[in-house]
Design a protein around this ligand. Structure first.
Ligand SMILES: Nc1ncnc2c1ncn2[C@@H]1O[C@H](COP(=O)(O)OP(=O)(O)OP(=O)(O)O)[C@@H](O)[C@H]1O
Ligand SMILES: [Mg+2]
Length: 251
């Protein structure tokens, strides 16, 4: 599924000290697509994702959102991009001192919504989307890992963004809960037209949800295509990754 480019990254380079993480990444995200980012651990997927919403700035290269350059904006100017794109962080990153409801309401308050009735209606709606109705008053510490993920997901979608970035939404979940996360992601795309970008190591989920796959290796886009093209690929790097084999494996 191609069409209008929503987000365009060109020549993104990023180092931390002497460690080069991104070596010149070119990547397009099309409006309404579900794009899955694959790659080895430590390869720079989370770093790349943070560039998509201006949480990190590139050393070189540009990020353009709906035709507007966001890779040179100040924090204040970036609020425009943050309203369009929300991110579900790898570790969930819930505020432990806030209730579930308080966590989900946070982006609404940040956006200047003050009416308590509207806030509680939208929090309630977001909890319904993630199949956790009525859990507003629980504390994050009282939730299971899967529930925390889903609260983080509710917080990411409560402001009705155009695009949601998910950093490993399946990690640490049982297959059934992982499956329900896949359904949520697909529903957001199909029912709400949300553009999804997902970093995951769950190959099964990738085949179920992705319209397109980007495979990163050593700080560059190594391969991109559809899940069917990935399945058909004979490239040993891709085959080993999909089958979960290390290069020296003889198991
Ligand atoms: N803020 C930072 N400061 C210094 N180094 C960082 C920072 N963020 C990331 N790195 C380094 O950049 C490299 C890539 O990290 P990143 O988190 O993007 O990997 P990843 O592909 O998401 O891996 P995983 O699949 O394990 O989540 C790592 O070596 C990491 O230590
Ligand atoms: Mg990561």
């Amino acid at each position: 599924m191609k069409g209008e480019i929503f987000l365009e990254m060109r020549g993104i380079k990023k180092s931390f000290g002497s460690q080069v993480v991104l070596r010149g990444v070119d990547l397009d995200v099309y409006r309404g697509e579900t794009l899955v980012l694959l790659g080895t651990s430590g390869g720079g997927k989370s770093v790349l994702m943070k560039h998509m919403v201006g949480l990190l700035q590139p050393d070189e290269g540009t990020v353009t959102l709906e035709g507007k350059l966001i890779s040179n904006l100040s924090e204040r100017e970036l609020s425009w991009a943050r309203r369009k794109i929300s991110m579900m962080f790898q570790n969930g990153a819930l505020f432990d001192s806030l209730t579930v409801g308080g966590n989900i309401a946070f982006p609404l308050r940040e956006a200047g919504i003050k009416n308590p009735e509207e806030i509680s209606k939208r929090v309630c709606g977001a909890l319904e989307i993630v199949k956790l109705p009525g859990q507003e008053d629980k504390m994050p510490s009282d939730l299971s890992g899967g529930m925390r993920k889903r609260v983080a997901l509710a917080r990411a979608v409560v402001e009705k963004p155009c695009c949601v970035l998910y950093d490993e939404p399946h990690a640490g979940l049982d297959p059934i809960t992982g499956d329900s996360i896949d359904h949520l992601i697909k529903d957001l795309a199909n029912d709400h037209g949300i553009t999804n970008v997902i970093v995951t190591h769950e190959i099964r989920s990738m085949f179920r949800i992705a319209d397109r796959v980007v495979f990163m290796k050593e700080g560059l886009v190594y391969w991109q295509g559809t899940p069917a093209e990935l399945k058909a690929s004979k490239d040993p790097v891709l085959v080993n990754f999909i089958e979960g084999r290390s290069e020296d494996s003889d198991l």
